[in-house]
Design a protein around this ligand. Sequence first.
Ligand SMILES: Cc1cc2nc3c(=O)[nH]c(=O)nc-3n(C[C@H](O)[C@H](O)[C@H](O)COP(=O)(O)O)c2cc1C
Length: 305
Amino acid sequence: MSDLSINFCGVKFRNPLVLASGILGVTASSLKNVIRNGAGGVTTKSIWLNPHKGHPNPTMFGTEHYFINAVGLPDAGIEKAIDEIKPLIESSEDPIIVSIAGGNKQDFVDIAEKIHVVNPQILELNISCPNVEDQFGRPFACVTVDAGELVKRVKEVSKNVPLVVKLSPNVNNIAEIALECEKQGADGINMGNTFGPGLVIDIDIRKPVLHNKVGGVSGPGLKPLYVKKVWDVYSAVKIPIIGTGGILTGEDAIEMMMAGASLVGVGTAVYYRDIDVFSKMVKEISDWCERSGVENLEEIVGAAH
Ligand SMILES: Cc1cc2nc3c(=O)[nH]c(=O)nc-3n(C[C@H](O)[C@H](O)[C@H](O)COP(=O)(O)O)c2cc1C
């Protein structure tokens, strides 16, 4: 039996598969259910300082190749989130990654300070959502100095909790951005959030499918694009990577790890293969390790470089 456990920023995961933020991670009971179904760890949906309204329905649409969403990060705010996840973190044997989001840099600092009461094992900064500070409406993750400054400011208050920064694939200088985040104190990189925005039109009603018109694109058709981004980040930084995007099978996860990911984020796959996708993928990874003579999964991280 191969050892599938991964040490990520000093936190032990029994396998490399982590529920990506925003997928089923709405309540403590749904996060628990994902762990019961085989995930090595889970990420909460992104938590805001104050209640945050999402977009009206319809917010999601999928085909066999891709998935588009404009959920808009709805959230009840930090106080409710603390009540929900504190008992979960206290009772869980598996790591819970707490994702936070904000409309401006001070929000991120304030949430990071407040979230300490739950003792998060890992804090994930979702800086790949649209912000209100940039006059062009660009996410912080798309501007090197903004990404770095945010990491630096949050790191000052997040003490010794490992800080992962979730980047956007919608840039052509990902290595530079990842390197700046590392320089400013990030302990890990999640690469990454959805591609886009994309647009899908319903030809029968001659209108966009989503109420918000545009949305973030994820899912299996985008896997080679995400694998390349992870490859580029791994080439640039020494801190560990969560490779997220387009992963559907155990073999996909192994490919992502060979590109440089230590952990693999699994999001849209839940819609394609159901909630037990985690245990199915663990079996696929395990079978591959047996076939390939891999005793310890950590040895394949970055193996394709
Ligand atoms: C419905 C939906 C909601 C999401 N909500 C969040 C969120 O709250 N925070 C976040 O950082 N990413 C969010 N994401 C992005 C995913 O965590 C993930 O980065 C992206 O979908 C790519 O991975 P995948 O192809 O495995 O889905 C969301 C994605 C989807 C499809």
